[in-house]
Design a protein around this ligand. Structure first.
Ligand code: G3H
Ligand code: 13P
Ligand code: ZN
Length: 284
């Protein structure tokens, strides 16, 4: 099955009232774990590459690995840029065959974020690709901020309405209390704000920082209107758990395949569990 765009999988998710998992990939084992999980679950899936992934593996390897997976896949797959930082970078990704890009202009003022995101959106749409924007700041769990400071970074529903209308994005990443990386405590999400944003905005909403968010909160977010959910940290943790287990059980093991094979299985189990939680299993 050929690559599809974010817009296509979001339209199906809207109809079926579920969310599509967007899983970060950095190497071959992660690509295989995600795509094999999607095949076995019969789930549409988004593979995304972050800044770190593009630096680590390089855009050529990322696109070649995902393309190899797509060639034999029978489920819809989106190749998406995660947290794109510049116009040039998003253009490069589109040139290499990404079917969707995120432009993260959340560090800019509202008018600047709108103008910069719109510029990317115009080209992405002309090329038949999709675009995700971000409004409000989704920080990292390591950011040392108070609750008041945290609230001030949340997405403003008024601004969200204007942002989506003027930037023409196909999906909107919102800041409602999640953060990237492992949580220290249990994250508390601002569901009222999410519902208000959803009332004002027709565009699908995206939940970043979803690793470690309790299943109940994920279900509620989907019920309210979240249709794309980003998972990276739990995949990294599964990978490392797999490697540690092998080296603990077989300290003399030196065959990379015997070390990374079980790590891949650990990641696959996590991805499959998320697909079931998000309701995307059986939808491809
Ligand atoms: O958005 C953050 C992701 O978890 C990826 O981060 O740039 O370290 O790969 P990264
Ligand atoms: P986690 O760190 O919670 O997995 O979030 C990933 C993410 O939002 C990538 O954009
Ligand atoms: Zn993110």
């Amino acid at each position: 099955m050929p690559f599809v765009t974010l817009r296509e999988v979001m339209a199906e998710a809207e109809r079926g009232q579920y969310a599509v998992g967007a899983f970060n990939t950095n190497n071959m084992e992660i690509v295989q774990a995600i795509v094999e999980a999607a095949e076995e679950e019969r789930a549409p899936v988004i593979l995304q590459a972050s800044q770190g992934a593009l630096t680590y593996a390089g855009i050529r390897y990322i696109t070649a690995m995902v393309r190899a997976a797509v060639e034999t896949s029978t489920v819809p797959i989106v190749l998406h840029l995660d947290h794109g930082t510049s116009f040039e970078q998003t253009m490069l990704c589109l040139k290499y065959g990404f079917t969707s890009v995120m432009f993260d202009g959340s560090k800019y003022s509202l008018p600047e974020n709108i103008a910069l995101t719109r510029k990317v959106a115009d080209v992405a749409h002309a090329m038949g690709a999709s675009i995700e924007g971000e409004l409000g700041k989704i920080g990292g769990t390591e950011d040392d901020i108070t609750v008041d400071e945290r609230d001030a970074l949340f997405t403003d529903p008024n601004e969200a309405e204007q942002f989506v209308l003027e930037s023409t994005v196909d999906a909107l990443a919102v800041a409602i209390g999640t953060a990237h990386g492992p949580y220290k405590g249990v994250p508390v999400l601002d569901f009222e704000r999410l519902a208000e944003i959803n009332r004002r905005v027709m565009t699908p909403l995206v939940l970043h920082g979803a690793s470690g968010v309790p299943s109940e909160s994920i279900r509620k977010a989907i019920e309210i209107g979240v249709q794309k959910i980003n998972i990276d940290t739990e995949i990294r943790q599964a990978f490392t758990r797999g490697v540690q287990q092998v080296l603990h059980d077989q300290p003399n093991q030196f065959d990379p395949r015997k070390i990374l094979g079980p790590a891949k299985e650990e990641m696959k189990a996590i991805v499959k569990a998320k697909m079931r939680l998000f309701g995307s299993s059986g939808k491809a």
